[in-house]
Design a binder for this molecule. Structure first.
Ligand code: ZN
Length: 281
């Protein structure tokens, strides 16, 4: 089969899941760092991070917490760190400027860049064109590689219209296809293929499927030429009715299936090459 290597991203916390849903959610910097290390050892090349208040477990935008995560993980493992710029919008009601503070301060290798406005559950997740444009300009200036998060097909056009056309950034770009958020495109194989058909070429992309769709749709993505994300931000079950005891367990499951398909897993350095990320550290 092909020589292509598959990039596995792990999103260990997100900003919505709490210890009520799963007691295995990592919260403190020590727990998040340990989970990140275990996930890297199982094959994850990218860690997608949201900060949690170590005392309450609730989402926070405290740069100190982000710094603890970033420095702690970097001290232990060579892995690509990708900070969120979106999570706090829905859960904390942060302004666009506030959402970018940790990225500005810490200059991670990657950050998410949400490519449009939508209903997110019962909330409004606002990412108007001026925000998309300014985030893209600043990330370019800071040499932070964006992952454009696509929650519906129209958001691919937003990236072309507000980022590529004004020549803020050029293709290839990296896309995260998010399926199954209430308010976004539903998680079906047909919808995933529809999104991939609408992606510009050349580009790289991964599947971020919510809940029970995480692994099956992720694998559809891998078979179709993409990469996949796992982790408790999107899904807390390792199989029906059985909670994942760690994020690394979800990484291990994805890695096992990908290898059974005859594909190799990308190391962090190989992922940097695939995603055109200049190595920083
Ligand atoms: Zn996230």
């Amino acid at each position: 089969m092909s020589e292509r290597k598959v990039i596995i991203t792990v999103a260990p916390t997100g900003s919505l899941i709490t210890r009520k849903e799963t007691p295995y959610l990592p919260i403190t910097p020590e727990e998040v760092i340990a989970e990140a290390c275990r996930s890297v050892d199982e094959g994850a090349a990218i860690i997608h991070l949201h900060a949690r208040d170590p005392n309450t477990g609730l989402p926070t935008n405290d740069v100190k917490v982000y710094r603890d995560y970033v420095e702690g993980i970097r001290a232990e493992r060579d892995v690509i760190l990708q900070l969120t710029t979106g999570g706090g919008a829905v859960t904390l009601g942060l302004s666009p400027e506030e959402r970018l503070i940790a990225v500005k301060e810490l200059r991670p290798e990657m950050a998410s860049l949400n490519a449009g406005s939508m209903n997110f559950g019962r909330k409004v997740f606002a990412n108007p064109p001026d925000v998309i444009e300014s985030y893209a300009r600043l990330m370019k200036e800071w040499k932070v590689v964006p992952e454009f998060e696509i929650y519906d097909v129209s958001m691919i056009n937003n990236v072309l219209e507000w980022v590529v056309k004004p020549r803020i950034m050029e293709l290839p770009l990296e896309f995260g296809l998010v399926l199954g958020v209430m308010g976004g495109i539903p998680a079906t194989p047909k919808n995933l293929l529809f999104l991939t058909e609408n992606l510009p070429k050349p580009c790289t992309w991964q599947v971020i499927a919510i809940g029970r769709h995480q692994i099956p749709l992720g694998i559809v993505g891998v078979i179709s030429g993409g990469n996949m994300r796992v982790g408790m931000e999107d899904n807390i079950y390792v199989k029906r009715g059985v909670l994942a005891r760690s994020n690394a367990e979800l990484v291990a499951k994805a890695v096992k299936i990908v290898r059974e398909l005859g594909l190799e897993i990308a190391s962090p350095d190989e992922a940097r090459e695939i995603l055109n990320i200049p190595k920083k550290v």
